[in-house]
Design a protein around this ligand. Structure first.
Ligand SMILES: [Zn+2]
Length: 476
């Protein structure tokens, strides 16, 4: 689909390499036709042929544009909740230049025709490059092979969430996994066990936001991950567990990887920076699925990121208007926005000493791209796309939900003092965001996917030039 990758020329001088909260060594980056051509301590403008636009970074830190592996922009279908124009503007605000989008409201991507219609719809509106996950459902089975070349993976709901019921019939699930493997794409799963979700609901009939982590329990996630791993073993499918929220769930993924299974996972900022102890303060604003668990679970997920069991941090950006979130617990929809804050929130993990700088960075850049088989994204390296973010690691700002681009206009992180707010964002050599203002209309293109199916490219994973060491390499 996106063979005609294109872009602009740009020379950025006087930037600093990423070194956590301090300033790294001086670097310049030259982008030609949208791709990084050269990175060096200093590139003299005179040494660059042609009339290449220049930017003096003024000592700001430069990193690769972020890859958010999990967003919901609800468009087409529920564009009043976000839409691609606002959603992708939010992405740029958070330093995100590529998103993988999960459609969980009709029209679902259950046929090649529906998927291609969605891709064309998004291409006309998105300011960031994008991948559209196809839905893995009994009614999409016949179309999986034809959809595979156009989607990073197939999205499966093992547990029901906003707008989607979960699947639990084992023979059906086995067939879905087997057919996904046959089509050569991994299964990306929302893992919560439907029977345990029902049990949680019945056990807490008068639940409020304070009991959300008991209604949608840790056991529900762990049991579902176990089942998904069993299905991988039985069918040979590759599995990526989205938004992992429990220490035990991470341990199950770790064990599966040790056994050589092709199992990977990602988490979200709210499972790392918040815990169920914040429910009194935040109420339904932190009602998300899976639920936000205990501080011990957050520690377990952070350990998973550190050793590479959890490869990526994606936001699961799931916007709803405040008037819907402030209904009583039972009627408030699940989900929170945060694509607008992905880099500041990730950088906060570094500032708090919860993650080392390299792990934090690769979790939203190179490792995130690789976890879903996206090519040419997420590395500050010659040959990769010229997606860049400039920020000042010393500058802080308080989060004001009303000022964020997302249509929801509220944030669970309201008032939090964060650093890492992008000041300049470049998409394939073009300046698309500067000092809080989006400077492009649309222009995003479909992400290039690994031609080789299934799962992830060994070459990519074994690249010695990859930042952050070998953590996250799957044996599968
Ligand atoms: Zn989601």
């Amino acid at each position: 689909m996106s063979s005609g990758r294109h872009g602009s020329d740009l020379l950025i001088r006087n930037a600093r390499a990423f070194a956590g909260t301090s300033a790294g060594s001086e670097i310049s980056v030259l982008v030609r036709d949208g791709k990084i051509e050269r990175i060096a301590p200093e590139i003299e403008a005179e040494s660059v042929s042609g009339d290449v636009p220049r930017i003096d970074a003024g000592g700001r830190t430069v990193i690769s544009g972020l890859v958010d592996v999990h967003v919901h922009f609800r468009d087409p279908g529920l564009a009043h909740k976000e839409g691609w124009e606002r959603g992708s503007a939010g992405a740029l605000h958070g330093g995100v230049t590529s998103v993988v989008e999960v459609q969980n409201n009709p029209p679902l991507s259950v046929s090649l025709e529906a998927l291609n219609e969605r891709i064309e719809h998004v291409r006309a509106r998105s300011r960031v490059d994008f991948g559209c996950l196809a839905n893995l459902l009994p009614r999409s089975l016949d179309e999986l092979a034809s959809m595979a070349p156009y989607t990073p993976a197939f999205k499966l709901f093992l547990g029901g969430s906003t707008g989607m019921g979960g699947l639990e019939d084992r023979p059906t699930l086995r067939m879905l996994f087997a057919k996904a493997a046959e089509a050569g794409r991994m299964v990306v799963a929302h893992c919560e066990d439907e029977a345990l979700l029902r049990a949680g609901k019945n056990a807490h009939p008068e639940a409020t936001a304070l009991q959300h982590h008991l209604v949608r329990s840790a056991e529900a996630e762990v049991r579902s991950i176990e089942q998904a791993i069993e299905l991988c073993e039985e069918t040979g499918a590759a599995l990526h567990v989205f938004h992992i929220s429990t220490a035990e769930g991470v341990e199950r993924v770790r064990r599966a990887r040790r056994l050589g299974l092709s199992v990977s996972s990602s988490t979200a900022p709210h499972y790392l920076l918040l815990s169920c102890e914040d429910a009194g303060r935040l109420g339904n604003l932190m009602k998300v699925n899976p639920s936000i668990k205990t501080p011990r679970d957050a520690e377990g997920v952070l350990a998973g990121l550190a050793d590479g069991t959890v490869e990526a941090i994606g936001t699961d950006h799931a916007p709803h208007p405040l008037e819907e979130k402030t209904r009583d617990y039972k009627h408030a929809p699940s989900g929170m926005p945060s694509v607008d804050l992905l880099w500041p929130l990730t950088f906060e993990l570094v500032r708090r000493g919860l993650l080392d700088p390299d792990t934090a960075l690769v979790s939203v850049t190179s490792r995130a791209a690789e976890s879903l088989g996206l090519v040419g994204k997420g590395r500050l390296q010659a040959g990769f796309d010229g997606d860049l973010v400039l920020f000042d690691p010393k500058r802080t700002r308080r989060v004001v939900g009303m000022d964020l681009p997302s249509r929801s206009r509220w944030s669970a992180y309201e008032g939090m003092e964060l650093s890492g707010f992008p000041e300049l964002v470049v998409r394939r050599g073009e300046v698309v965001f500067r000092d809080g203002v989006t400077t492009c209309a649309a222009g995003g293109i479909p992400l290039t996917l690994m031609a080789e199916l299934p799962g992830r490219s060994k070459d990519l994973l074994e690249d010695p030039g990859r930042p952050g060491g070998s953590g996250g390499v799957s044996a599968g």
